[in-house]
Design a protein around this ligand. Structure first.
Ligand code: ZN
Ligand code: ZN
Length: 371
């Protein structure tokens, strides 16, 4: 039995999304059908829409999502109908060598959790429709393996909970798991969208003595102060000018740099502003083929490190619990990260709203769609 869902369909790159009824399969053994409440627009969704990242069309994008479990497959043990959940693009098996070493975002069995014998989603003509990361949350319901879902307590509202699935997991995760930031440290965060804002908040949680936010937009820097930035630097399109401004604030260099933009220039900047023994952590996704150029002498003589952290090297299931408790204590400000909320029928405008200078996270309210 298939469920009719209201969906925003990507028919080809560089086209506006089309609102269409599609048909979602019933949950197989370990799958869960979730009614969508809110979905945030992530930079990667926009990169797929414009064709900078590729996905076979037609497809339903959307992955930073909250919702309520409606139906579960016969072998689902951890979740039940009525559970409030958020999703991750990197479900983990919990049993492979990477999962056992505490690196679930590198799970070797990711494909197994998405493997199924018939299409998840089809059009009214029965043609298969793809889903981004096996989720496809720009729809009134979606179907995922239970390992892709974490539960959220009743006191965390759904319109902020969705952020936990991607930008908080990545930005805060990179600070909590990918670095060893202590109160003695100085941190620079390059890019103050959702991921950068989350990294700033996590650096504050860890007590870093100086947190410098860097962004092209003054509005984002104002918000960055609210999230815990002690200093802000308005970036110039000339990365060397930005480097000089950062050097004036901290002449001996920074102990940590977090890059949340996804450009070679900003990733190289993150490395160049490090002091001796500093670590640059690159979070921004870059298309295949991009290269970084870093000064080799500074790397070796200064004991510096350059590392990637895909999705912040997060540990989704335990991290969501941690973030919910920090939200409850008032130490993680999810509300201020939501700068626009639009109804599902206006999802194309939501992509335009992402480009506004003040935009940190744009949400689409799917709670009334398709019912
Ligand atoms: Zn994302
Ligand atoms: Zn695994």
């Amino acid at each position: 039995m298939r469920t009719r869902v209201a969906a925003a369909l990507m028919t080809a790159p560089n086209q506006t999304l089309v609102l269409r009824d599609l048909f979602l399969d019933s949950p197989l053994r370990t799958e869960v059908l979730v009614r969508t409440d809110y979905v945030a627009l992530c930079r990667s969704d926009a990169l797929y829409v414009t064709g900078s990242l590729q996905i076979p069309a037609p497809a339903v994008l959307g992955h930073e999502v909250s919702g309520v479990v409606e139906r579960v497959g016969s072998a689902v043990r951890r979740l039940s109908p009525g559970d409030r959940v958020v999703a991750t693009v990197s479900p983990a098996c919990g049993q492979c060598a990477f999962c056992l070493r505490g690196r679930p975002t590198q799970c070797a069995n990711l494909d197994l959790s998405r493997d199924r014998r018939r299409p998840k989603l089809v059009s009214n003509l029965g043609e298969p429709v793809g889903t981004l990361a096996g989720i496809g949350a720009f729809a009134s319901a979606f179907l995922v393996d239970e390992s892709a879902l974490a539960t959220v307590p009743d006191d965390v509202p759904m319109d902020v909970a969705c952020l936990l699935g991607c930008c908080i997991s990545a930005g805060a995760g990179s600070v909590l798991h990918g670095t060893t930031i202590s109160p003695a440290d100085t941190v620079v965060v390059i890019g103050c969208g959702g991921v950068g804002a989350a990294a700033i908040q996590a650096a504050r949680l860890k007590g870093a003595r100086r947190i410098v936010a860097v962004d092209l937009e003054a509005e984002k820097l104002d918000l960055a102060r609210r999230f815990g930035a002690t200093d802000v630097v308005r970036a110039s399109t000339d990365p060397f000018a930005t480097e000089r401004a950062l050097g004036l604030l901290e002449p001996s260099g920074y102990s940590h740099a977090i890059e949340a933009v996804g450009r070679p220039q900003t990733a190289e900047l993150a490395f160049r502003v490090l002091g001796p023994c500093g670590t640059a952590t690159i979070l921004g996704l870059m298309p295949d083929g991009e290269q970084l150029v870093i000064p080799a002498a500074a790397l070796v003589y200064g004991d510096r490190r350059l590392q990637g952290a895909y999705l912040g090297a997060n540990r989704f299931l335990s991290d969501v619990d941690l973030y919910c408790s920090q939200y409850r204590l008032g130490r993680l400000d999810l509300r201020a990260m939501v700068t626009t909320v639009l109804p599902f029928s206006r999802i194309n405008e939501a992509f335009e709203a992402m480009e506004e200078p003040r935009s940190v996270r744009v949400l689409v309210d799917v709670s009334g769609a398709g019912r």
